[in-house]
Write a protein that binds this ligand. Structure first.
Ligand SMILES: [Zn+2]
Ligand SMILES: [Zn+2]
Length: 189
């Protein structure tokens, strides 16, 4: 007997396993599947993003033939499949345009923002632990508390650099204080 009654715990490993991951375009090279695979799911919550990506992966994703009615403004403005709201309405309500729930939205990362962040990270890497924390605290203020759009990237960078150079100055002073006096004993020889 493979399993005892009421015992759902399996002791043997799964017998049949796919040796390669499922590929939706293995036997289907139509333009539709290509178009489907080109879709980048954005501007919905993480849960909806997963659902839609799953639909694409298993070819369940359906394209829209005509715009749908938005549940908020009641205009035929919904252009994305499975969405219940148009993007402007969802943004106004701060909800996911697919499920309509108040969730954090997955957005496309701005390449400029990404570049700035990696630059800052490189700068930060060169700092000692204590200064690093101070610096990170200073630059994390770039986002306004009311969630408004972040200021100009260049401005943030400029400010961060200014803060960094002032930190570096402090750092040099610190280094002077901590010069090891014991070294002098060798020069007396
Ligand atoms: Zn709308
Ligand atoms: Zn959602």
């Amino acid at each position: 007997m493979s399993t005892q009654r009421g015992n759902t715990k399996r002791t043997r490993p799964q017998k049949y396993k796919n040796t390669t991951a499922f590929k939706n375009d293995l036997h289907d090279t139509s333009s539709k599947i290509k178009q489907m695979n080109d879709i980048e799911i954005m501007n919905v919550c993480a849960r909806c993003k997963n659902i839609l990506e799953w639909k694409i992966k298993f070819k369940k994703y359906k394209f829209m033939k005509a715009p749908k009615k938005c549940t908020k403004c009641e205009q035929k403005t919904v252009k994305s499949t499975y969405h219940i709201m148009c993007i402007p309405c969802a943004e106004k309500e701060k909800v996911c345009p697919k499920c309509g729930k108040f969730e954090e939205i997955v957005r496309k990362t701005d390449p400029d923002q990404q570049k700035l962040e990696s630059e800052l990270q490189n700068l930060v890497r060169g700092l000692p632990e204590r200064k690093r924390r101070t610096f990170l605290r200073l630059i994390s203020r770039k986002e306004k508390p009311n969630g408004e759009a972040v200021e100009d990237i260049e401005k943030i960078k400029e400010e961060a650099m200014k803060k960094l150079s002032s930190l570096n100055l402090e750092l040099e002073e610190d280094d002077c204080d901590s010069v090891d006096i014991s070294d002098q004993s060798y020069s007396d020889e």
